[in-house]
Design a protein around this ligand. Structure first.
Ligand code: ZN
Length: 240
């Protein structure tokens, strides 16, 4: 199984299993039997397009939702800028707000697995690991009709056992290249700056739509989208 970009089903991935580097960002994906990362093929512009289609892209990801306050605001902003994102959702939040998960999916975004309780996968028994992943798969599938193939381990918590267990459940572990550190509430300007500084073709960018007050993330998003679009970036989503 390899990580793919959803819109046109292109294979992206690959990935060298980079382990999380302390303090900084690190990685991306740890995929079983991964193939080398490939550049996406530019999509043809719509007939009436005045502007050239993006030839490079970033992958925006939002973790820890869905959240009734922040997720709808983020969806509205994404829609306004014609951007799509990947949402790594916590199963118990999906159970509370299933309509949000459905809406995320219906708007063309990707919904993926971030465990049932935001558990540190390194600390679970084999049975708990399976339960955390499969119960989340189920509530997401009920709303989207699709089973997540991507698993983002909370806290970026990966080790050999987690990798092996994820593979056993047919999941690809997906980390990130750019950490906005929005969860630390550094201020809107700092979030914008970190994302824009780290953005490069193919980069997976980590932000949050749940798990706390995400006002700064919401406030940062229009500038991030506007600026990246002006630099020629498109926005792709992940599936695995
Ligand atoms: Zn998380």
């Amino acid at each position: 199984m390899a990580l793919r970009l959803t819109p046109r089903g292109r294979r992206v991935v690959g990935l060298a299993a980079t382990m999380l580097v302390t303090g900084l960002i690190a990685t991306v994906v740890i995929a079983a039997g991964a193939t080398p990362r490939q550049k996406p093929v530019p999509s043809p512009p719509p007939a009436a397009a005045q502007v050239a289609a993006p030839t490079k892209y970033v992958v925006l990801t939002f973790d820890d939702g869905p959240d009734p306050t922040y997720t709808p605001r983020i969806l509205d902003i994404l829609q306004k800028y014609d951007a799509k994102a990947t949402f790594f959702e916590v199963g118990k939040n999906v159970q509370r707000h299933p309509e949000l998960t459905r809406r995320i999916h219906e708007l063309g975004n990707s919904v993926q697995n971030h465990t049932w309780t935001h558990a540190d996968l390194r600390k679970l028994s084999a049975a708990s690991f399976v339960d955390q992943i499969q119960s989340t798969d189920q509530v997401i599938r009920e709303q989207t009709g699709e089973t997540p193939g991507c698993l983002r381990p909370p806290y970026g918590g990966v080790n050999a056992l987690v990798t092996q267990r994820a593979r056993g459940l047919d999941k690809d572990l997906v980390l990130w290249d750019v950490d906005s550190r929005d969860w630390s509430k550094p201020g809107t300007a700092a979030i914008v700056k970190r994302v824009l500084a780290g953005a490069k073709n193919g980069a997976v960018i980590l932000m949050h739509d749940g798990g706390g007050n995400r006002s700064e993330t919401v406030a940062a998003l229009p500038t991030i989208l506007k600026t990246l679009k002006a630099k020629g970036y498109g926005f792709e989503t992940l599936s695995c």
